[in-house]
Write a protein that binds this ligand. Structure first.
Ligand code: PLP
Length: 391
């Protein structure tokens, strides 16, 4: 079969590959500890489940408006207005099939062959693939574990060129847990605004912050830079609603309309009754979110304490998101030559799933998700200790 050149440019998501292998082993009866998936282990908020159930029972099962049900778009616009003073109305909101859908449609709407997109790395697996799929070239700006993978404006701005269409910010960052400060974010947005470049701010982990840190949002700059700032968000992580597949894009009307046009030929509206559940979560599940974040904070502390005990492994404390990104380079000797070797051997020998850093553009790190119970974290870290004692 002759597949398209477009599809040749992308690879399967490495994080999904790890999950698949972990699932395979589980099916064979192996008690796998899964630190691989970026997926909350909590149930979706009861209020969301109930609202979706009711919507189904009431026959809310037909096509909706392509860009999402108006009441959810209104609630999102209101949430951003109240939290960040944004000028966006429901017309500036597109509800999408996951945050992934919002990013994919934004990429197709903005990037052309021969254009460039600047992003900080290590980065979430899909950014680079989506940029390439849209025909553009990713321009990678490294962040460093030495300062907790902080995202700095200066190297991002220095990477801008006449071909740059967008800068992707992801704060808090998957996989590093690094963040950008409000002052640095403003510098990036100002520089992009001067050059007519869009800032796509992926704030999937906006609510996940630790040690009193307030991640803020690029949305707070939208009133000042309305043609520059676009925010992508998701119900997946904040509300433990991964399988519902709901995310959103808020930003310049031109971009939102273009992304909606693409959506109209790709998926059409996101699932009708799922949107009813998401609306209920957005307005009524704050207590669930606060409780979940407190639990993530406790898990993070537990994981960091255990990682600190591992000889030859250094880990910057993540400021946000729910991943630790330890540097294992000192342990990459003999049969563990690369992070991929490390991750594969760990899965096969100790049934612990993690993701090798190569997936995110690092040949020194591995990613450990702490979106799992404290018991699983303890058991998994016991196994990693045993594994390292042998290698
Ligand atoms: N952006 C980042 C940084 C992510 O880590 C993820 C999920 O892992 C997404 C976007 C997409 O999430 P979803 O499509 O489930 O909303």
């Amino acid at each position: 079969m002759q597949l398209s050149g477009r599809v040749d440019r992308i690879r399967e998501s490495a994080t999904l590959r790890v999950s698949r292998r972990a699932l395979e082993l589980r099916r064979q009866g192996v008690p796998v500890i899964d630190f691989g998936a970026g997926e909350p282990d909590f149930d979706s908020p009861a209020i969301a489940v109930e609202a979706a159930r009711l919507a189904l029972a009431q026959g809310f099962t037909r096509y909706t408006a392509n860009n999402g049900i108006p009441e959810l778009r209104e609630a999102l616009a209101e949430r951003y207005r109240a939290a960040f003073g944004t000028p966006w109305t429901a017309a500036d909101v597109l509800v999408t099939v996951g945050g992934k859908g919002a990013l994919f449609e934004s990429s197709l709407a903005l990037f052309d062959d021969g254009t460039e997109v600047v992003l900080h790395t290590p980065a979430w697996v899909s950014f680079v693939e989506q940029i390439r799929f849209a025909g553009a070239r990713p321009v990678e700006v490294p962040t460093s574990g030495a300062d907790g993978f902080a995202i700095h404006a200066e190297p991002l701005v220095a990477a801008l060129s006449e071909r740059t269409r967008a800068v992707i910010l992801n704060s808090p960052c998957n996989p590093t847990g690094g963040v950008i400060s409000p002052a640095e974010r403003r510098k990036v947005v100002e520089a992009c605004a001067k050059r007519g470049i869009v800032v796509l701010s992926d704030e999937t982990y906006e609510r996940f912050a630790y040690d009193g840190f307030e991640p803020g949002s690029a949305a707070s700059l939208a009133a000042e830079f309305p043609d520059t700032v676009a925010v992508i968000g998701s119900f997946s992580k904040t509300y433990a609603m991964t399988g519902w597949r709901l995310g959103y894009l808020l930003g310049p009307r031109e971009l939102v309309d273009a992304a909606a046009r693409i959506q109209s030929h790709a998926t059409s509206n996101p699932t009708s009754f799922a949107m009813k559940g998401a609306l209920a979560a957005l307005v009524g599940a704050e207590a669930d979110v606060v409780a979940m974040i407190a639990e993530y904070a406790a898990r993070r502390d537990l994981l960091l304490a255990r990682l600190a005990r591992l000889p030859g492994i250094r880990c910057a404390a993540p400021r946000g998101a729910f991943y630790a990104f330890p540097d294992v380079s000192q342990r990459l000797t003999g049969d563990l030559a690369t992070p991929t070797d490390f991750a594969e051997r760990l899965l096969e020998e100790e049934a612990v799933a993690i993701v090798a850093g190569e997936a995110f553009g690092s040949d020194r790190h591995v990613r450990i998700s702490f979106a799992c119970s404290r018991q699983a974290l303890t058991e998994g870290m016991d196994r990693i200790e045993r594994f390292l004692a042998r290698h």
